[in-house]
Design a protein around this ligand. Structure first.
Ligand code: G3P
Ligand code: CA
Length: 243
């Protein structure tokens, strides 16, 4: 049965990658949440999609140039100011502490494609272990070197490869990196690809699926999970009997 992961929390209805977006995902019955991790100047792991705070907060500048304390000054309410007024950029630790009190699955995306944050893999894995969440977490990244590194450090934690365009010999590649899943841009996914992936025991979790017709198609293909900004909508569509 396809699982529903709330992408950046319930990002279609709430400020992305904030605690209220994650609470909403749980409230509507998502199976899991997806979030993005960057690192501050003082080495704190923070949950924010972009390398800069320009798009989603009222500030400007690079995450890597602020301390965590400095980042707290900015409002991450993004485009939902009328409804939610003030939201802060959460620490990964805050999210993990809360997730451990729920039964949610968690996809942590390491945002280290542009900036090689020092020891990001070690720090994220250390925190997952501290909260004993290893069996509920999938680590992912567009940086596949980083996923290989995570697998070396913690072979017991699942890793998955994010990508936009089809991979050459994906099953061999997945095995080479010790990964267990592929997180493709949804347009690259076909029914036969999903079937073949499952024959090779590789999970397929496409992103980011917000349109009803694409959701239906992915449910029909029996992908392992979808990432969506609208988990409530996805739940309703999944429940509806096929006509
Ligand atoms: O993990 C799926 C998706 O989140 C990857 O793309 O840019 O939304 O982080 P992006
Ligand atoms: Ca992401």
């Amino acid at each position: 049965m396809t699982k529903i992961f709330a992408h950046r929390g319930s990002a279609g209805t709430h400020p992305e990658n904030t605690m209220i977006a994650f609470y909403e995902a749980e409230r509507v019955g998502a199976d899991g949440i997806e979030l993005d991790v960057q690192m501050t100047k003082d080495g704190a792991l923070v949950v924010i999609h972009d390398e800069t705070i320009d798009r989603t907060t009222d500030g400007t500048g690079w995450v890597k140039d602020f301390t965590y304390r400095e980042l707290q000054r900015f409002n991450a309410v993004y485009k939902f100011a009328e409804k939610y007024r003030v939201c802060r950029i959460p620490l990964l630790e805050e999210v993990l502490a809360w997730v451990s009190s729920t039964s949610l699955l968690l996809n942590i995306e390491l945002k280290n494609g542009l900036i090689a944050y020092e020891k990001l893999e070690e720090k994220v894995i250390g925190m997952i272990k501290h909260y004993r969440l290893g069996s509920r977490v999938v680590l992912s990244s567009f940086n596949h070197n980083s996923m290989a590194r995570c697998h070396q450090i913690a072979p017991d934690i699942e890793t998955a490869l994010l990508y936009m365009e089809p991979l050459y010999q994906p099953w061999q590649y997945v095995r080479l990196l010790g990964a267990s899943g592929l997180h493709p841009y949804h347009r690259t996914v076909s029914e036969s690809f999903v079937r073949e992936a499952h024959m090779h025991r590789v999970a397929v979790r496409p992103f980011t699926i917000n349109k009803e017709e694409v959701m239906k198609q992915m449910f029909q293909y029996q992908v392992d999970a979808i990432f969506t900004d609208y988990p409530l909508k996805a739940k309703k569509i999944k429940k509806r009997p096929e006509r």
